[in-house]
Design a binder for this molecule. Structure first.
Ligand code: ZN
Ligand code: ZN
Length: 247
């Protein structure tokens, strides 16, 4: 196998999924796994650092002081217990997520997925009975795109945490406009009653880890968490690869 992969490296040397540079010895080895990502690209990803809101994970612009509840979480407690993201949605990571979704570069999930998975393992350990669910796409959007980027990421997380993966029970039943150009209030309205759940017996009293690629205001995650809690889920945790610095 090693000989074969060495031979394949000669014919098809690995390249960084973001910038395309050939990877020799300078690829990123993360948690013992070699990623198709060069060190300069990886180093450009910006960690979400304290101070953050301990509930929704929003980073505070001041950059100083202790973690504390944000105004939104103080005003209305979200349906999810905690939301976290390892990286800020900016720079090369933003480009990579964008290309994964809109340029159909699904191979980018081969390193974005393991990065998210290793963060999840550090954050959650190996919790018993955790059920992983990707935020679903509406069937119309899924047909057009051909894949759900959140499921591509969630598969890595489920594998790494040895957790069950359920990508069928949570469904997007209403076709919604992309959230990108909308204000915070419009985003909430846009996703209201957009999801439902089936097969409720399978996850009642379990903790669900919702996975999405990016969080902005958290309204999609919160809407999903709301229907899951209503259906009898014990707790909902949310994990996205990136989140915006404000919003
Ligand atoms: Zn690179
Ligand atoms: Zn908050």
């Amino acid at each position: 196998m090693k000989l074969l992969s060495g031979f394949m490296d000669l014919i098809y040397p690995s390249r960084c999924g973001v910038c395309g540079v050939f990877l020799r010895e300078d690829g990123v080895i993360h948690e013992g796994q070699e990623l198709d990502l060069c060190r300069p690209c990886f180093n450009s990803f910006v960690d979400v650092g304290s101070p953050i809101c301990p509930v929704c994970g929003k980073p505070f612009a001041s950059g100083a002081g202790e973690d504390h509840l944000c105004a939104d979480c103080l005003a209305t407690k979200p349906f999810f217990a905690i939301a976290r993201a390892p990286y800020l949605y900016e720079g090369l990571l933003m480009t990579a997520i964008h290309e994964l979704k809109y340029a159909r570069k699904t191979y980018l999930a081969r390193f974005l997925g393991p990065l998210l998975a290793s963060y999840a393992a550090g954050w959650l350990g190996g919790p018993d009975g955790l059920l992983i669910m990707p935020v679903p796409l509406h069937p119309r959007r899924l047909r057009k795109r051909g894949f759900n980027q959140s499921l591509l990421l969630a598969r890595h997380v489920a594998f790494s945490l040895k957790a069950d993966l359920d990508y069928l029970s949570l469904r997007r039943t209403r076709f919604t406009q992309p959230q990108t150009a909308l204000s915070s209030e419009e985003r909430k309205r846009n996703v209201r009653k957009a999801f439902d759940v089936v097969n409720t017996a399978g996850y009642r009293r379990r903790t669900v880890l919702l996975i999405d690629d990016v969080a902005t205001t958290g309204s999609t995650l919160n809407e999903c968490a709301g229907v899951l809690k209503k259906a009898g889920v014990k707790d909902v945790y949310c994990l996205t690869l990136a989140r915006t610095a404000t919003g």
